[in-house]
Design a binder for this molecule. Structure first.
Ligand SMILES: [Zn+2]
Length: 206
């Protein structure tokens, strides 16, 4: 029953760190009802049976479950979201709304582009160097001979989730890259704008 379309709630992603607190009255928004919001890259709820939905094609899906307060979160974290600490922002929102403690959270870093596929320019690398401590740079960035960098968004998200207080053993990181597997997953880097989208779903059982 939780998968019923009329109880889905869709994000309206624009690479922000805005998180919407989803309530019963949002059920169906973006799927059977118009969304009355914009610029929403994260969704949180404690309403059982509402299914949160966000979209991806290389960017990182972050799934959050607070089993103590029975609340969930789902966020879209591309390089812009990651450098703006979207994972930590989502946790803060859950803290504020539900009393969530980071140490109780189970978090999953979902299928997205891997560190061997994601080449970025120096300007993006510099943004990460501003936000992450020096000792983390070599885990996140690998400089290439052509002046570009390979960026590991999985590692970057892992680091910032740990910094936010999530226990390392409660973070599950995917080993599925959208670009390495573009024969069956949509990848922006592979297909450009001529592509579909992957969706992430998260729901509390009714
Ligand atoms: Zn890859």
């Amino acid at each position: 029953m939780g998968w019923m379309k009329k109880r889905m709630v869709l994000s309206y992603q624009t690479h922000t760190t805005n998180v919407r607190l989803v309530t019963e009255e949002d059920a169906g928004k973006g799927i059977v009802k118009e969304r009355d919001y914009k610029d929403i890259d994260g969704l949180i709820t404690n309403v059982p049976g509402i299914t949160l939905v966000t979209f991806f094609a290389d960017c990182v899906p972050l799934y959050f479950l607070d089993p103590v307060h029975k609340a969930i979160g789902l966020s879209h974290s591309g390089w812009r979201g990651t450098v703006s600490r979207m994972g930590a922002v989502t946790i803060d929102k859950m803290k504020e709304a539900y009393g969530t403690r980071a140490e109780d959270l189970l978090v999953c870093i979902g299928p997205s582009i891997c560190g061997d596929c994601y080449e970025v320019g120096e300007e993006v690398a510099l943004e990460f160097k501003k936000v992450f401590a020096n000792q983390n740079w070599n885990q996140i960035l690998r400089e290439k001979d052509n002046g570009k960098f390979m960026l590991d968004l999985w590692k970057a998200n892992e680091i910032l989730l740990k910094e936010a207080g999530v226990k390392p053993e409660n973070i599950q990181t995917t080993d599925i890259c959208t670009h390495c597997n573009s024969d069956y997953l949509f990848s922006h880097r592979t297909c450009g704008n001529e592509r579909g989208n992957l969706a992430a779903f998260l729901s509390l059982k009714e």
